[in-house]
Design a binder for this molecule. Structure first.
Ligand code: ARG
Length: 460
């Protein structure tokens, strides 16, 4: 029997190679539940337009509901002859309803169906993604809370720069995750527009009601332009961008965990359940989750660039190239949903070594800026203050001393401006407490972030 959705004007074919190239059911099956939801909404609109009788609607909706259950249970699947998810599901419907099954296709096209299905798929899974991001945010905040008083070396160029609270560093990661959640919510607002009713590209001559379909499918409204409706993949590209950025954020966090858990840093230890061993070296405990986070960022970026490159030369409206939009989108979604729980677990169970962090915090003359700023408060221009503090560092470096180990005489020898009072700023606690302004690493400012980020995570 003919299950193809087209063929009336064709004498023969399609060739085997074309069929193989064209087939998409091995990946677009992920859209089946959304395609069926669209079909139910479309059936009701056809009924209201007088194109289905009451009985026909009842049978149609009944068959679609049955089919949904079979798809969910895995008892209805695509067969070799099905080109795509739409064709497979129409076959399923006609197997149940005979000729009546063929009525559903009136006024719609695979072009507006696929555009709608992909939006529904993404909006559905983005909700889960937001939940996963909120969990990671909570894990970072929880870790920061547990070690809220621990000082650490703050670094630039991966060199000791100025002491910070380690919680401040952890919360910096939490802020980027919070922005990702915000991006997804903003994305959803633009994506909540239904292309259903656009048909192939020009809308339908049948008296359909795109807004009713939109409402039933949980969209805010229907598209204003049917050509845009079937052509627009901004939502897919934007999603892939946000996914790539999340991937980059997880990669940067992963890189830090790799550093922190190295013997050389020795700042943190991974929980056994969130680390792996070596097949030959019995002593190894490897940060594979952190490394996979770092490694997978490449494919997220690849998915984005692949999608944008596919889109860039396309004339309006639908072109078959658009079938290539799905795999990058699915891959980015699936990989993030795989990666995030692992990263969250790793961070939630990380053990810090506060004594190592505290001891390292002032090392590398990390309080030299505090000396310069103390001099500024004594009226020394910053240009000279920077010179004097630099000279103090050089003096200490030559003698193997720390800044706070200089005697009164040695201080004066470096510069007469360095009175013994300078020692008041030569402590890590003092340096932290002094950074009081908004955004600084002072304990009060960090406490405020802990509160606001906890509140944000709770909202999702
Ligand atoms: N399977 C196609 C896709 O994924 C949708 C069908 C549109 N096909 C067509 N020949 N107009 O984009």
């Amino acid at each position: 029997s003919q299950t193809r959705l087209w063929g009336g004007r064709f004498g023969g074919g399609p060739s085997e190679a074309l069929t193989a190239l064209s087939k998409s059911t091995h990946f677009d099956w992920a859209l089946a539940p959304f395609d069926l939801a669209g079909s139910r909404a479309h059936a009701r609109v056809l009924h209201r337009a007088g194109l289905l009788t009451d009985d026909e609607l009842t049978s149609m909706v009944g068959a679609l509901t049955e089919l949904s259950a079979e798809v969910a249970a895995g008892t209805f699947t695509a067969v070799q002859a099905d080109e795509d998810v739409h064709e497979a599901l129409e076959r399923g419907l006609t197997e149940k309803l005979g000729g009546l099954g063929g009525k559903l296709r009136a006024g719609r096209s695979r072009n507006d169906q696929i555009a709608t299905d992909l939006r529904l798929y993404l909006r559905h899974h983005v909700r889960t993604l937001v939940g996963e991001l909120a969990s990671l945010q909570e894990a970072l905040v929880g870790l920061a809370e547990r070690y809220r008083d621990v000082a650490a070396p703050g670094m630039t160029h991966l060199q000791h720069a100025q002491p910070v609270l380690f919680a401040h560093q952890l919360l910096a990661h939490a802020h980027s995750i919070a922005r990702d959640v915000d991006r997804l919510q903003d994305w959803d607002r633009r994506t909540a527009v239904s292309p259903y009713g656009s048909g192939a590209l020009a809308g339908s001559s049948l008296p359909l009601d795109p807004d009713a379909v939109a409402a039933e499918l949980g969209f805010d409204r229907a598209t204003d332009n049917s050509i845009d409706g079937v052509s627009d993949r901004d939502f897919a590209a934007e999603f892939c961008f946000v996914a790539a950025l999340i991937g980059v954020h997880l990669s940067r966090l992963g890189e830090e965990v790799v550093l922190w858990t190295s013997t050389e840093f020795g700042w943190a230890t991974l929980d056994d359940a969130w680390a792996t061993g070596s097949s030959i070296m019995p002593q190894k405990k490897n940060p594979d989750i952190a490394e996979l986070a770092r490694g997978k960022s490449g494919r997220f970026v690849g998915n984005l660039t692949g999608l944008l490159t596919m889109l860039k030369g396309l004339p309006l409206a639908y072109d078959r190239d658009l079938q290539e939009d799905k795999e990058p989108v699915f891959d980015s979604m699936e990989q993030l949903l795989l990666l995030l729980p692992a990263v969250t677990g790793m961070m939630a169970t990380l053990t810090l070594r506060p004594e190592v962090l505290e001891a390292a915090a002032p090392q590398g003359f990390a309080l030299a800026t505090d000396v310069a700023e103390w001099l500024v408060r004594q009226g020394v221009p910053f240009r000279s203050a920077h010179e004097i503090s630099g000279a103090m560092v050089a003096y200490c470096e030559q003698r193997g001393l720390e800044l706070d180990e200089l005697t009164d005489e040695q201080l004066t020898e470096v510069a007469p401006e360095l009175t013994p009072e300078v020692r008041s700023v030569l402590s890590v606690r003092g340096a932290l407490a002094a950074r009081q302004a908004r955004g600084g690493t002072a304990p009060e400012r960090v406490a405020e972030q802990l509160e606001s980020l906890t509140e944000l995570a709770r909202q999702h």
